[in-house]
Design a protein around this ligand. Structure first.
Ligand SMILES: NC(=O)C1=CN([C@@H]2O[C@H](COP(=O)(O)OP(=O)(O)OC[C@H]3O[C@@H](n4cnc5c(N)ncnc54)[C@H](OP(=O)(O)O)[C@@H]3O)[C@@H](O)[C@H]2O)C=CC1
Ligand SMILES: O=C1O[C@H](COP(=O)(O)O)[C@@H](O)[C@H](O)[C@H]1O
Length: 492
């Protein structure tokens, strides 16, 4: 991996700098970057919102957010004092009273790099970019960071990309998919392209199917308003799961360079076989959680969560079968699955190898779970290769799948940075390799839109599943059609 260049003095302007994302992720990650020496001494963070906070108010709010963040185990008073001094607040009412833009201009320092982070409702992204331009705040080197959702379909994604693109060149636009900042996701590229032994096996000849799961125990929490107009397909599949699929399926790029990597991901998205409306019911499953018990706690069903209508067809679970229609992957199903309020929180990619072409142990029961490579993103980041071995002892030959385990926590003494830490560091360094290019986002919508339209055409409600379960029964039927099971059922 390329070395990170020395941190440059930067004015990081966070629109929405008082919101939930800023408090839960961005400011604590910036504190950690400061603590670990990744911020230039002159870097400043300017939070923008409408609510007229003083700098002192913002600093207090940020300090509580830092103290409450799980990755910040011990708050170092000297670092916190230094971090607080970096922070200020400017009131700008985007789309309203324009006087705030002059205040923002006054808060910026000529000669520093400028990064504008849009942690705001997506419909005001275009107005912010125009406001910045009209106020003369966009220098040729300025960068813009866009948060998800990047549209709710292809047309709206194109519209927001056009609006932002009218002010910022593509090479200066950083579209966040925080899964790409996860350590194990980056490790997937290293696993595939820095180890020679996997590549000969990485194709339809030796791989039977791939499973990609992102299961959460949390519900929609305080975000039901947003979630109800989104659903799991737009919230997780269109971005995080398809990005994982791309990294799993892509051809080796010529270099670890932003466009070389993104070109290969784009080709995968363009190779996804469309799921025609007539096949949607067979190849996809939608679910919605009802009340239940998750890890010992009784929780509400989706329809009873505050902030949304009591009747809704929004899916909180999706499972689907995708195919990458190219030479390498012809005929290999990619099963994707994500859900909220599941039994266990777990994100992983499972590569299931084919059975041997001829067994010389016909009497020995070949237990399931053999021949799989599991790349575990969270929790317990690591890589597990399951191999069949002989159970020790005389008598009848018995085979058992045994895992070879690589746990990152046990192997490496250093802490893995949080996804947002890593991505903020890259934005500040001007490295957009781990961000999504416009054409990738739009290609993903091109594949997802017809599925959502077909669901609407079917007019059927999502299948319910009790909170704390492994999802709707339809998901087991989906993968069961090829005689397979989801990975966790084998572990139980
Ligand atoms: N929260 C999360 O976990 C995640 C959020 N995101 C995305 O990040 C973005 C922000 O989400 P979140 O933090 O949850 O939202 P919040 O509603 O908590 O925060 C929104 C922020 O934007 C500011 N804001 C809203 N309207 C204006 C305006 N017209 N002018 C100036 N400032 C404005 C708000 O301040 P004020 O109202 O005082 O002006 C506030 O600081 C959204 O696009 C969301 O989809 C993405 C991934 C996860
Ligand atoms: O982008 C999102 O991701 C989170 C899951 O992220 P993770 O890092 O905890 O796996 C999800 O809860 C949220 O709904 C979605 O918007």
């Amino acid at each position: 991996m390329p070395q990170q260049p020395a941190p440059r003095p930067t004015d990081l302007v966070v629109f929405g700098g008082t919101g939930d994302l800023s408090m839960r992720k961005l400011l604590p990650s910036l504190y950690l970057l400061d603590r670990d020496g990744h911020l230039s001494g002159e870097t400043r963070v300017i939070a923008v919102s409408r609510d007229g906070l003083t700098d002192a108010d913002l600093r207090d709010k940020a300090a509580s957010a830092v103290r409450g963040h799980s990755a910040v185990q011990v708050v170092e008073p000297d670092v916190l004092r230094r971090f607080r001094r970096r922070l200020s607040h400017v009131t700008v009412d985007v789309g309203g009273d324009p006087s705030g833009w002059a205040d923002l201009a006054a808060a910026l320092t000529p000669g520093r790099d400028r990064v504008f982070y849009l942690a705001v409702p997506p419909m005001i992204s275009g107005a912010i970019c125009r406001g910045l331009q009209d106020a003369g705040l966009v220098t040729p080197e300025s960068r813009v960071v866009m948060e998800k959702p990047l549209g709710r379909d292809l047309a709206s994604a194109q519209a927001v990309n056009d609006e932002v693109g009218a002010v910022f060149e593509e090479s200066r636009t950083y579209r966040i998919d925080h899964y790409l900042g996860k350590e194990t996701v980056q490790n997937l590229l290293v696993l595939r392209f820095a180890n020679v032994f996997l590549e000969p096996l990485w194709n339809s000849r030796w791989i039977d199917h791939v499973q990609i799961t992102a299961a959460e125990t949390v519900g929609v929490g305080g975000r039901r308003g947003y979630y109800d107009s989104s659903g799991a397909m737009r919230d997780m599949v269109q971005n995080h799961l398809l990005q994982l699929l791309c990294l799993t399926a892509m051809e080796p790029p010529a270099s670890y360079d932003r466009d070389a990597v993104r070109d290969e991901k784009l080709k995968v998205l363009q190779s996804l076989r469309p799921i025609p409306a007539a096949k949607v019911a067979e190849h996809t499953v939608r679910g919605q959680y009802t009340s239940g018990t998750v890890q010992g706690e009784d929780v509400l069903g989706y329809l009873d969560e505050a902030g949304g209508p009591p009747v809704s067809d929004t899916e909180t679970f999706v499972a689907l079968r995708a195919e990458v229609a190219n030479w390498r992957w012809a005929g290999v199903p990619f099963y994707l699955r994500t859900g909220k309020r599941m039994e266990r929180a777990r994100s992983e990619i499972v590569i299931r190898f084919r059975d041997v072409p001829h067994t010389i142990f016909p009497g020995a029961a070949a237990a399931s779970g053999a021949g799989s490579l599991v790349i575990r993103l969270q929790p317990d980041e690591g890589i597990h290769l399951t191999m069949l071995t002989k159970t020790p002892g005389a008598g009848a030959l018995r085979l058992r799948p045994v895992p070879l385990e690589l746990s990152f926590a046990d192997t490496f003494a250093t802490r893995s940075p949080e996804a947002y830490e890593r991505l903020l560091m890259d934005v500040l360094a001007g490295d957009s390799t781990l961000f999504m290019r416009r054409d990738e986002v739009e290609a993903a919508w091109r594949w997802v839109d017809p599925i959502i339209e077909a669901w609407q055409g079917l007019g059927t409600a999502p299948e319910t599943y009790p909170a704390g379960s492994s999802g709707p029964a339809g998901a087991q039927r989906l993968i069961g059609r090829t005689g397979n099971t989801w990975h966790e059922e084998e572990q139980a």
